[in-house]
Ligand binder design. Structure first.
Ligand code: AMP
Ligand code: FE
Ligand code: ZN
Ligand code: FE
Length: 294
């Protein structure tokens, strides 16, 4: 059996391990093919390429692109955060590079503002946060969480995410990023394969798609969305059933992944969810931006 895990993070974004360590752990966990999908960056790909060869595993270059979709509800509109996995895109595509740069910039602006607000109540400084981040890495709430751990405010990242750094914790700010539909087009233009990461996370587990209209998903598919990451610990059971049905109807790709962030980054473990080899073959067949390293 080929064990394929298509979603993992390193210190190039909010993972706690370098790309080399991630691949070393993947080899030990019995993974045969791993995708590195750091948030809004491809800077880990070259180290991952070497590490994958060294530890004898296949490498699928990827990105987890931060996007947001505007939805209409009761006459008003609101934004939802959508993470879009881009498999095998050309890392030098101008549009994609520009968008990743903008996202990294707005992530920094937003993190600065959150730290500014936090510093009114806690002894936290921007330098404390930067001290938790590898040079040039994509910043996010996990780096702020790490600084809060270091300062003894919380015990670990999870406590920070469940409390102070949660949406309702009093310090949360959204990040202004590319629209989901534009991001799908960018990924396609770069020869990549766009798959929605952990779709429908956070909805009520008693519903199949929360309060998100079917039209939203149909519009994403019409825009060229290639698939859904159905098997992920944060996708509720009823949502999985519904997503599988939708994927079936439209002959979309279905993936499964761990979303590993390192042993101490998140509870997610390498290989806890995996992808069918046939689905990876379809991803490779649909891509034209970068070669898979198998
Ligand atoms: P942000 O993109 O800055 O809003 O932060 C969200 C990121 O935090 C996601 O990419 C997750 O990987 C990470 N995250 C969410 N919950 C946790 C948690 N409990 N522990 C560690 N990381 C988390
Ligand atoms: Fe993350
Ligand atoms: Zn994500
Ligand atoms: Fe992720």
């Amino acid at each position: 059996m080929t064990v394929i895990d298509l979603h993992a993070h390193s210190t190039r974004s909010d993972g706690k391990e370098s790309p080399t360590q991630v691949f070393e752990h993947a080899a030990k966990a019995g993974i045969n093919i791993l995708a590195l999908t750091d948030h809004d960056t491809t800077s880990g790909w070259s180290e991952a390429t070497e590490a994958a060869q060294r530890f004898g595993i296949g490498f699928i270059p990827g990105i987890e692109v931060t996007t947001r979709a505007k939805l209409q509800r009761n006459g008003g509109s609101h934004f939802i955060s959508v993470h879009l996995l881009a498999y095998l895109p050309n890392p030098n595509d101008e549009g994609l590079v520009a968008t990743m740069g903008e996202s990294v910039g707005s992530r920094e602006t937003r993190a600065l503002a959150m730290v500014e607000a936090l510093s009114k109540d806690f002894e936290i400084t921007w330098d404390d946060v930067l001290a938790q981040l590898a040079h040039g890495a994509t910043i996010g709430r996990p780096a702020i969480a790490d600084a809060l751990v270091e300062l003894g405010v919380v015990l670990d990242r999870t406590e920070a995410f469940d409390g102070i750094l949660s949406k309702h914790g009093g310090y949360y700010l959204p990040t202004e990023v590319v629209d989901t539909f534009d991001a799908i087009q960018l990924v396609l233009n770069a020869g990549g394969v766009p798959v929605i990461a952990h779709p429908l996370t956070g909805i009520s587990p008693n519903t199949d798609r929360g309060d998100l209209p079917l039209e939203h998903f149909e519009a994403l598919i019409a825009a060229g969305l290639a698939g859904f990451e159905v098997y992920h610990r944060e996708v509720p059971e009823l949502a999985r059933e519904w997503l599988l049905e939708l994927a079936n109807q439209h002959e979309l790709i279905v993936t499964g992944s761990s979303d590993y962030h390192g042993v101490h980054g998140k509870p997610n473990r390498l290989g806890e969810n995996i992808t069918d080899p046939e689905m990876l073959e379809r991803i490779i067949a649909q891509s034209s931006g970068t070669a898979a390293l198998l």
